[in-house]
Design a protein around this ligand. Structure first.
Ligand code: FES
Length: 137
């Protein structure tokens, strides 16, 4: 386990219906967020792993999108998540992320809805800081 702060970002603009430049009704991202918040109430890691709604993570054509972020861990961005069929898988994967010291989420261990839609795996900043590489001078 870890005491590092973790965050589950959920895009609330994903899968929106637009009419005359305005969003109509609830978006798919908002529906997914509500499902996640409901499950999160009884999730064992909820005190260490809050859910944060965001307006966009530039994965707009791959909705719905979520991300796992924590200090010292890989950052993962996932897309193509079904609105009504992925909330429990997202929290299961978040549990795996929480329990790994570097947050790594191998394909074979991820729940099914998060196997295909990975959009980014960004290394933790501290991994590169340790190398003392200075390539920009
Ligand atoms: S609208 Fe969801 S990532 Fe841009």
């Amino acid at each position: 386990m870890t005491s590092k702060q973790h965050t589950l970002f959920v895009c609330t603009t994903c899968a929106s219906v637009w009419q005359d430049g305005k969003r109509v009704g609830s978006s798919g991202g908002e529906k997914l967020l509500r499902q996640l918040q409901e499950l999160w109430q009884n999730w064992e890691f909820r005190d260490k792993f809050p859910i944060q709604a965001v307006e966009c993570m530039s994965a707009c054509n791959r909705s719905c999108a979520i991300a796992f972020v924590a200090e010292g861990k890989f950052t993962y961005l996932f897309g193509d998540l079904p609105i009504d069929d992925s909330a429990s898988a997202v929290l299961k994967c978040a549990s795996q992320y929480y329990l790994k010291h570097d947050g790594s989420l191998p394909w074979s261990e991820r729940p099914e809805p998060l196997k295909k839609g990975i959009l980014a795996k960004i290394p933790p900043l501290n991994k590169w800081a340790r190398l003392k590489v200075d390539c920009c001078r």
